[in-house]
Design a protein around this ligand. Structure first.
Ligand code: OAD
Length: 252
């Protein structure tokens, strides 16, 4: 397997693809929100450091101790509510605003892409800001940063509410994942930003896009399990690399 080009400087091929009219798919993970002060999962100091995700992010963990799981998600809601979108989120929204065929598929649940203005977006792992009833299945938006008391209960049927996120051992939302898979087949250019590419099936999208012939660019300060497959790797923080790409493709 040849190594990808690893650089801080985008290739002329990438700039030409950005300026073109072909389909673009952007895949994001926790790293895109790092510069907004939100911890990733697997980096040093990340959310899974010293923590077993199976004890916090599975249906079994929730059944065993809903209050503990809710405290984890409530703290993440509180933190995300006070965070602001960063230049990476804004550059992705600016790329969409050029009006070409575009989709953003994010594994993030923090809502920062939406707040930066992204519209054509699928949330592969759900949202911190939506709650689902474990009894009647009702799902609704709830933007309060602090929920009290924990765990919250459904106004309609009284059963316990859960965060409408995707936990380990649960399937991805079918319609959203289907849209992302179609975009991976159609895209000419794919940007893979701030993800370790280890969690499946989300991480299958970049491989599917490569197999379908897309030019797949990874933007990440570190090498990942996908780096050797990528067409090009831009080694830097998303909040620096993405605005520089937008400025290089559309100067002034
Ligand atoms: P990870 O924590 O696994 O990976 C974050 C990636 O972001 C790493 O590769 C970092 O090198 C990179 N990174 C850090 N700072 C960055 C920056 N400023 N700019 C760009 N990249 C940066 O997070 P995800 O890949 O998103 O799922 O994790 C995937 C899923 O695993 C999450 O959705 C979550 C987690 O368990 C569930 O909870 C089900």
């Amino acid at each position: 397997m040849p190594s990808p080009m690893t650089s801080m400087t985008p290739s002329s091929r990438l700039i030409a693809l950005l300026k073109g009219r072909g389909h673009v798919l952007v895949l994001t993970g926790a790293g895109v929100s790092r510069e907004s002060g939100i911890a990733t999962f697997r980096d040093a100091g990340g959310l899974w450091e010293g923590v077993d995700p199976m004890q916090l992010a599975t249906p079994r963990a929730f059944a065993a101790d809903p209050e503990r799981v809710w405290r984890f998600y409530d703290a993440r809601r509180t933190h995300a509510a006070s965070a602001q979108p960063n230049p990476a989120h804004r550059a992705i929204a600016a790329l969409e605003a050029t009006g070409r065929p575009f989709l953003l598929a994010t594994q993030n649940v923090d809502g920062l892409h939406e707040r930066a203005g992204s519209k054509e977006l699928v949330r592969l792992h759900g949202s911190l800001w939506r709650l689902r009833c474990t009894g009647c299945g009702d799902e609704h938006e709830d933007l309060q940063p602090k929920l009290e008391p924990l765990p919250p209960h459904c106004d309609a049927c009284g059963a316990m509410l859960r965060p409408a996120v995707v936990w380990f051992e649960e399937p991805l939302p079918m319609i959203e994942f289907g849209r992302a898979q179609s975009a991976a087949r159609e895209a000419e250019l794919v940007l893979v930003v701030g993800t370790s590419s280890v969690v499946y099936p989300a991480a299958s999208l970049q491989m599917a896009a490569l197999e379908a012939g897309a030019y797949v660019v990874e933007i990440n300060p570190e090498a990942t399990s996908f780096s050797t497959h990528a067409s090009e790797h831009l080694a830097g923080p998303a909040g620096v690399v993405l605005p520089a790409l937008v400025a290089a493709a559309w100067p002034g």
